[in-house]
Design a protein. Sequence first.
Length: 149
Amino acid sequence: MMSGALRLSDDGYVRLTLAALRTIKLTHLISELDPDTRPSPCRASGASAASIVGFTEWVSHTTPALSLGWDWRIATIAGQVRYEREGEVRSNAMLINVRGRDLGETASGVLLCIAVDRLEWKQVVDDYISNRYARHLSTLTVTESRTSL
């Protein structure tokens, strides 16, 4: 399916096959940290759970544009830090079969999650988040010396 064959349906979905989705390049639009998260209570004495979570949005340069967004978290496992997708992918895409019939929200959602998990998004989001928030840290100034603390 050529991007020119994409059509915006009356219900707001852009319908396309999984094969067509695989041919469309997605570009990073934005990523943000989510400050409204509440850490889950930790039962261990003297410990607290800390999470870094956020969301990202990716778009196509097709007409109409496809939009895929998802939540992520930074996981630390065995000393390794990595980004992981959390939950469902939010999108205006509805996947269809070769006969043009909707696969439905559930099947489309599963296939969109698989597509996102195959997308090279983790390093792009890490670079974006690191650059965006490093700028804020660089504006901090320390006015007291360590000896006065």
